[in-house]
Design a binder for this molecule. Structure first.
Ligand SMILES: [Zn+2]
Length: 143
């Protein structure tokens, strides 16, 4: 019986196993947190980007102790995006443009805004283009 540990060439990943008892098989990742370097079980890894943003399922491994700060940063970033009218208004209009609002609502909108049908279509198109740009800028991973 021998327990072996194989470490990846970049030193960030290791497997510990035992020829006889498969239950000892363990995959671990080294925490990417600055000055941390502890080993984390594969199923307890928090995946984040290199600079600690939690918006990816893949990327760099972090332990729980290193991440709370990063989680706060992500929360703050999301709060900022949510409270920004120049982001949420185009989003709202683009989402409305993406559903079938029906002839009645369409006509009521034309009436209340004093617009022709093609002008309203243009506004919806512009909102959708704006929203695509916003998504590209703020969410490059999941556009
Ligand atoms: Zn850590």
């Amino acid at each position: 019986m021998s327990i072996t540990t194989e470490t990846s060439s970049n030193g960030q990943y290791r497997i510990t196993s035992d020829d006889i008892n498969p239950l000892t098989y363990k995959e671990e990742f080294k925490c990417w947190g600055k000055g941390c370097g502890i080993w984390i079980d594969a199923d307890e890894v928090n995946w984040a980007t290199k600079n600690g943003q939690l918006n990816a399922d893949i990327g760099y491994p972090y332990c729980d102790a290193c991440l709370p700060e990063e989680k706060d940063e992500v929360e703050k970033r999301l709060d900022k995006l949510w409270s920004d009218n120049s982001i949420q208004f185009p989003r709202l209009i683009a989402e409305i443009a993406g559903i079938d609002i029906g002839e009645k609502a369409w006509d009521e909108l034309l009436e209340s805004m004093g617009l022709e049908s093609d002008q309203l279509s243009e506004l919806f198109d512009r909102a959708q283009e704006e929203w695509e740009k916003i998504k590209e800028k703020n969410c490059p991973i999941n556009p």
